[in-house]
Design a protein around this ligand. Structure first.
Ligand code: NAD
Ligand code: G6P
Ligand code: MN
Length: 438
């Protein structure tokens, strides 16, 4: 069996240790000969890498391990680039969330003005990594889950149309895992789904078991009462609220089951009311996940052992292995990916990046036909996809006007005036990261 060489871009990410543990847990299905971490912040990466090195020494001493900030070393001789960078890190996420809230608009990592600001930072970072890959390992594939995935995907469609990049999100996987629990199934893989939308903006239209039995009625009955809140799956308060709120999102269109992110577009007033402008999700993550992961990694380094270490396998991230395997072994696994529409949704912009089921093989994704979508979803999606396209146009043309239009068009922003006020403050905050706007 061929063994693969992988580089994780954004090696200093809070998700890296969980993903490394997950990769090691799946070596029988996806053998690895070399694992590299790459980050442009060597100090941050050093702590994660120090722990990963010991994890590998204990569990897979045959796998060569490299941690570097040198692009040539990182991207030479790789088969897959797994990318989860956060340009501007949590400090900028915090501003993305807090600046809009000052103007009564929701602050969120990937939705509304915060997501737009993050998009303007991410485009350059993701293109840079894609270019390194093509320069040093032209046959490799990039599996990208850096956010905001919708904007990043549109940017690579526009600017690198022939690149081997696959954009994927774990939210549908997380929700499907909950659905499987609700249905008493042992795995989400027992369900066959139909789904359409944009990233963080989609709906399930069909869910069946392998025998073809319709599971939607049972799910709808549950979601109408509880959303996707499931006993034993409790998370932090903000996420618990999001899963529960899916109940109200579902009520708006009970013919489908919604992605949780629709709460930000359909109930923005509720979200603002339930936000603390001085303590947002970024603060929760800094005080929670980041502290935990980095302190556990430091412990591993100090003890030169993982004994007693609480880092755990991110089994939920095994979709990354499924995706890599689909490419490597031509498995034709059915997965939700963010791909160019090209008529799959027949009454929607063929150039839109949509999230739909695809069969994935060694030549990439083969999108499945969706057909005609209803007026309600079509209307919402046309507005949102225009926001995403305008952001990319603004980035390319360095256009203030287009970015103002993008913010104005977002369903989360009440007026062009508020859009301008927020934009002007975001420009100041993002000086180091955005192209200069004219
Ligand atoms: P994090 O800040 O802990 O990690 C991101 C790392 O990227 C940092 O170490 C940072 O130094 C590095 N980085 C930033 N710019 C870079 C560049 N140009 N080149 C190389 N490295 C760079 O963030 P996190 O919370 O662990 O999240 C990482 C990313 O994964 C985010 O984009 C997040 O939105 C995304 N994410 C996506 C999904 C999904 O479903 N698509 C799920 C979870 C997380
Ligand atoms: C989900 C989404 C990701 C997003 C993450 C935020 O997994 O699919 O796109 O980045 O949630 O999680 P956080 O814990 O950082 O708020
Ligand atoms: Mn996502």
């Amino acid at each position: 069996m061929k063994k693969f060489s992988i580089v994780i871009a954004g090696g200093g990410s809070t998700f890296t240790p969980g993903i490394v543990l997950m990769l090691l847990d799946h070596l029988d299905k996806f053998p690895i000969r070399k694992l590299k971490l790459y980050d442009n912040d060597p100090e941050r990466q050093e702590i994660i890498a120090g722990a990963c090195k010991i994890i590998l020494k204990e569990q897979a001493p045959d796998v060569e391990f490299v941690a570097t900030s040198d692009p040539e070393r990182a991207f030479t001789d790789v088969d897959f680039v797994m990318a989860h960078i956060r340009v501007g890190k949590y400090a900028m996420r915090e501003l993305d969330e807090k600046i809009p809230l000052k103007y009564g608009v929701l602050g969120q990592e990937t939705c509304g003005p915060g997501g737009i600001a993050y998009g303007m930072r991410s485009i350059g970072g993701v293109l840079e990594i894609l270019d390194y890959m093509e320069q040093y390992s032209p046959n490799a594939w990039m599996l990208n889950y850096s956010n905001p995935a919708a904007i990043v995907a549109e940017a690579t469609r526009r600017l690198r149309p022939n690149s081997k990049i696959l954009n994927i999100c774990d939210m549908p996987i997380g929700i499907e895992t909950r659905m499987a629990k609700i249905l008493g199934l042992s795995s989400r893989k027992e369900m066959e789904v139909r789904y359409f939308g944009l990233n963080h903006f989609g709906w399930w239209t069909e869910i069946r078991n392998k025998e073809g039995k319709d599971l939607m009625p049972q799910l709808k009955e549950y979601v109408a009462k509880n959303g996707y809140a499931v006993e034993g799956e409790e998370a932090e308060d903000s996420w618990n609220d999001t899963f529960l709120k899916a109940r109200d999102v579902y009520a708006v269109d009970p013919t489908t089951l919604p992605n949780t992110y629709l709460k930000y577009y359909l109930f923005p007033d509720y979200v603002v009311k339930h936000s603390n402008p001085d303590y947002t999700r970024a603060n929760e993550v800094i005080d929670g996940r980041e502290k935990f992961v980095f302190s556990e990694c430091r412990k591993v380094i100090k003890n030169q052992s993982t004994q007693g270490c609480a880092l755990h396998i991110d089994e939920h991230a095994s979709y990354i292995v499924d995706l890599a395997r689909a490419i490597a072994y031509n498995t034709k696994e059915r997965m939700l990916l963010i791909v160019e529409n090209k008529g799959a949704i027949s009454n929607f912009d063929p150039t839109a990046m949509v999230e739909i089921p695809c069969l994935v093989g060694n030549n990439g994704p083969e999108p499945l036909m969706v057909g005609k979508i209803p007026q309600f979803q079509k209307g919402l999606m046309e507005q949102q996809v225009s926001v995403e396209k305008l952001v990319v146009e603004a980035w390319i043309a360095q256009s203030y006007q287009k970015l103002w239009q993008a913010l104005t068009l977002s369903k989360t922003v009440p007026s062009a005036k508020v859009a301008k006020d927020i934009l002007d403050e975001l420009i100041e905050a993002n000086k180091e990261y955005w192209p200069e706007l004219h």
